[in-house]
Ligand binder design. Structure first.
Ligand code: GTP
Ligand code: MG
Length: 333
């Protein structure tokens, strides 16, 4: 049996970047057991002074776009330059099944075997909100362990992209050419969250098409310039994990982005805003869940829904009765 660890043991282990203890600290954070969660919060409080010192980079894109291959090559390069790289994955489907991405460590063989890298598959089970919390806290632990680059990989579907954008300093979205992908991306709201858009697999026969797609996307960005992105309009580049093309440029852009935000006093502000949004989103989610599971609410909800649907009760009065059942007396604005 493994020795039971005290909070101090975890803390010391993480701070000396002991890989086994780092792994166990993340397991503690991922645990849903109340006593584990309490210990995890104690640990995080002890580690807080040592956090915040990394570059937090999100990488997203549809399945098969080349995220893992990209991170393998990109991360290995950074390690060659003396960085220490942690890779955390978020698999939105893992909240339902246990099929975590990065079960494919094979795509990251070099990185996985490096002493200067640490790869952690997606936490499985629980809500997407739960996965977000676990990943955010894992970022902090990796920072305390001295990783100066933390990459969060996610499959770019629906909420997960926005969720990652809200926990990193910069989001790189990988895309492929063809099939109207460029415009699709813009429709899907990538424009709202992507800081760098990389047309990936820009190699061999695909190189020219990728270049054309890059120009087209850049053009589209000029036309639909989104609001609130004046300081850092999204940049479009080509990249290839196979040849390494574009990876230097992406790293340069990441540094430039950081410099630009710092110049405007926005780098720390972004992180602070993220922290507060995180705090409130946890409160919101818990309240909503508590309300929906409240016995008094459960008792009347079906009847009220029916009454509203049949036009026998106004939605406002029904809402008031639900809140009342939950113990809230209030009127609406
Ligand atoms: N030509 C070319 N092929 C690539 C490149 N990067 C990845 N591939 C291939 O694309 C396929 C998918 O690559 P992955 O790195 O697993 O893609 P992924 O986005 O991590 O996929 P999921 O984890 O399933 O979401 C593999 O067959 C890779 O060999 C590239 O830069 N150029
Ligand atoms: Mg992958």
């Amino acid at each position: 049996m493994r020795k039971k660890l005290e909070v101090q043991d975890y803390r010391d282990g993480v701070l000396r970047a002991d890989r086994a203890l780092l792994g166990r600290a993340l397991t503690l954070i991922e645990s849903n057991r109340p006593d584990h969660q309490q210990m995890a919060q104690e640990l995080l409080t002890l580690l807080l002074p040592e956090t915040g010192k990394s570059r937090r980079i999100g990488i997203s894109g549809v399945p098969g776009v080349g995220k893992s291959s990209f991170i393998e090559r990109f991360g290995s390069r950074l390690i060659d330059e003396g960085h220490r790289v942690a890779v955390l994955a978020i698999d939105p489907s893992s909240s339902l099944s246990r099929g975590a991405i990065l079960g494919d460590k094979t795509r990251m063989e070099e990185l996985a075997s490096s002493e200067q890298a640490f790869i952690r598959p997606s936490p499985s089970g629980g809500s997407l909100g739960g996965v977000a919390r676990k990943t955010r806290e894992s970022i902090l632990v990796c920072e305390a362990a001295g990783f100066d680059v933390v990459i969060v990989e996610t499959v770019g579907v629906g909420q997960s992209e926005t969720m990652v954008a809200d926990m990193v300093d910069i989001l790189v979205v990988l895309m492929l050419t063809g099939a109207g992908d460029e415009l699709q991306g813009i429709k899907r709201g990538i424009l709202e969250v992507a800081d760098i858009l990389a047309i990936n697999k820009a190699d061999g026969e695909n190189l020219q098409a990728a270049e054309a797609a890059r120009r087209e996307t850049e053009h589209a960005f000029h036309i639909f310039r989104p609001e609130g992105r004046e300081i850092w309009p999204p940049r479009v580049v080509c990249s290839s994990a196979r040849t390494g093309f574009g990876l230097d440029e992406i790293w340069k852009l990441i540094l430039e982005h950081e410099g630009t935000l710092k110049e405007h006093g926005l780098f720390e502000e972004k992180r602070k805003t993220q922290d507060l949004r995180w705090m409130w989103s946890m409160v919101d989610e818990s309240l909503e869940s508590a309300l929906r599971h409240h016995p008094g609410v459960l008792e009347i909800r079906e009847g009220l829904e029916k009454a509203v649907l049949q036009g026998k009760e106004t939605p406002t009065r029904a809402a008031l009765r639900i809140l009342q059942a939950f113990g809230l007396e209030r009127s609406f604005e």
